[in-house]
Design a protein. Structure first.
Length: 137
């Protein structure tokens, strides 16, 4: 039986990324003009900030409400989906394309992608092998 997944190894990294993401975003908005490179920096920092902020929440939901908590990389991937979702909505807002249907469609698409990935991982799972005992003895 695998050890229970704990949040302790991730606390420092999550806090560092939260400070880097939100602090960098604040500095970027305060000290730069909206030209092309700061705009790409905005999208990169919004992915970092939202992913790092969502990580403890996703961890809590995954370990609290799931009978068999997923592996750590699944929790990280789900937190990154939150960051990608937020950055995509920010990018679509530049052209004033964000509506309720776009938000729901994008969220449904990302949930469908994550569901297919989780289904694929469960289908590839193999039970641990037990060493064969010597039957001649």
């Amino acid at each position: 039986m695998p050890d229970k997944l704990t949040f302790r190894p991730y606390i420092f990294r999550a806090l560092l990324l939260i400070l880097l993401g939100w602090g960098g975003l604040g500095a970027l908005l305060y000290f730069t003009e909206p030209t092309i490179f700061p705009r790409w920096g905005f999208f990169a920092l919004i992915v970092i900030a939202l992913s790092a902020t969502a990580f403890p929440i996703v961890y809590f939901i995954a370990t609290r409400f799931d009978e068999t908590p997923p592996e750590a990389y699944v929790i990280v991937r789900q937190a990154i989906w939150v960051g990608v979702f937020g950055a995509t909505l920010a990018w679509l807002q530049l052209a004033r394309l964000v509506t309720l249907y776009v938000i729901l469609g994008l969220a449904g698409g990302l949930i469908a992608i994550e569901s297919v990935l989780r289904l694929r991982e469960r289908a590839r799972w193999q039970p641990p092998r037990v060493e064969d005992h010597d039957e001649s003895a």
